[in-house]
Ligand binder design. Structure first.
Ligand code: AMP
Ligand code: MG
Length: 419
């Protein structure tokens, strides 16, 4: 049986980045850039006022203790173009964001001025400025933050709202990204009914489909829910075959040792190559992973990566967070693709029992001493309610061990957005 690290290595050994596609900027949030994006403009595109006030020549304002009278020659608001140069003894009324007129080298704030006569502003009238000004004051020069031809965003960067803003500023309506994989979700089990159904004897609702679809969305993929397949070989084979059209196929249930656990044999029958079955962790041990290629090796079309997830909801959730996300991350060029762990301080004593490393539902937080983690009480792999209280998984090594409060433990957060 593989360790978690070996299973992650095996997944990363198989899964290749998807080929880049062009996408609209509005669909790119959470994706990774597949091209270097270069600016087609200087930013800002012109020398620009940062304050409402007057564009002046600092050379006209040299005496700190006196007032200077300047003649107002023009008024410029954002979007207008100045028509008159500021010459000695003159000033242009200017608003934040407007282009600086020729001749002016700074802006004085309107608060530091008054109008003559009678406090009335008028073009042709007089503004009285208090004190001095220095070149560059309250303005930003053309190209100060970015020059034409400069790289705005290199390939390989995750796109957050600020990247979308920066790309929009340089007019990038479409860009090359690593695409969202389509992820088929097929639940298996004779006991399952759709979530809108009343439960008959022995039945349970197919909660895994909705949960996995949400996990796919959170990871940036495109979920394709496929409903419920019964535990019978012919039906399973047909439904799995349909799911192999997706980039990734998640099967829920039917991968353990029961007489109705038919998924591994049907996958084999369809020619899906097994990479591993069973991983040494709790919960999630029955996990199955394999790869399917439409045509013989060397074919053009990308393969389908197939996960057989254990049916127990908590096992399914954990296997997705640890293994499926690694696969989706690699496909989408997220780095690192492996689950990132935060080292956090355990704030309680924890008595661990068992022969497998355990991924325990936990609450990760921060206090004055840094990252802290508190375990959520849970009753094993069907206890989804414990997961409702959790925001992360705390990893404990195998063995019967008592972990004292203060022990530093690796914690995998569910929310992996870095900001
Ligand atoms: P299996 O992995 O098929 O042996 O299922 C293990 C347990 O998970 C059983 O108690 C199932 O009833 C439950 N289970 C299986 N599939 C689902 C599902 N789609 N939604 C919720 N629970 C499930
Ligand atoms: Mg089953």
């Amino acid at each position: 049986m593989l360790s978690v690290e070996e299973a992650l290595d095996a997944i990363l050994g198989e899964v290749q980045r998807a080929a880049p596609i062009l996408t609209g900027l509005g669909d790119s949030l959470g994706l990774v850039t597949a091209e270097d994006v270069v600016s087609d403009v200087d930013s800002p595109p012109f020398d620009k006022a940062l304050m409402d006030g007057f564009a002046v020549r600092s050379a006209d304002l040299v005496n700190a203790n006196s007032e200077t009278e300047l003649r107002i020659i023009e008024q410029i608001t954002a979007g207008m173009i100045p028509t008159k140069p500021v010459t000695a003894g003159t000033a242009t009324r200017i608003m934040t964001g407007a282009p600086l007129p020729e001749g002016a080298d700074c802006v004085v704030k309107v608060e530091d001025t008054r109008f003559e006569p009678a406090g009335q502003f008028a073009v042709g009238g007089t503004v009285v400025v208090r004190g001095t000004a220095s070149p560059g004051m309250h303005i930003v020069r053309r190209g100060a933050s970015l020059r034409i031809g400069q790289t705005v965003l290199p390939a390989g960067r995750p796109i957050r709202p600020q990247e979308i803003g920066a790309l929009a500023e340089v007019g990038k309506e479409r860009l090359a990204v690593f695409p969202r994989p389509t992820v088929g979700i097929l639940a298996t089990g004779d006991e399952l009914v759709p979530i809108g159904s009343r439960l008959g004897p022995g039945q349970i609702r197919n909660s895994n489909e909705a949960m996995l679809a949400a996990q796919v969305l959170r990871a940036g993929g495109r979920p394709a829910p496929m409903g419920i397949a019964r535990d019978n070989p012919a039906e399973l084979r047909e439904r799995i075959a349909a799911g192999l059209e997706c980039d990734v196929l998640l099967l829920s249930g039917g991968v353990s040792e029961g007489t109705h656990d038919l998924v591994p044999s049907e996958l084999a029958g369809l020619g899906v190559r097994k990479v591993f079955h069973k991983v040494n962790l709790r919960p999630g041990k029955p996990l199955w992973f394999g790869v399917w290629r439409k045509e013989p090796a060397g074919a053009e079309s990308p393969p389908t990566y197939v996960f057989g997830l254990p049916g127990n909801p908590v096992s399914s959730l954990v296997c997705f967070e640890v293994f499926v996300r690694t696969c989706l991350g690699r496909l989408m060029a997220v780095e690192p693709a492996r689950p990132p762990a935060v080292r956090a301080r355990l704030v309680q004593e924890h008595v661990a029992r068992g022969d497998r490393p355990t991924y325990n539902p936990a609450r990760l937080g921060w206090d004055a001493q840094g990252p802290r983690v508190e375990l959520v009480r849970w009753h094993g792999s069907s206890d989804l309610q414990a997961m409702v209280e959790a925001n992360s998984l705390a990893i404990f090594p195998a063995g019967d061990t008592t972990f004292n409060s203060g022990f530093m433990v690796d914690v995998v957060p569910f929310d992996r957005s870095a900001g």
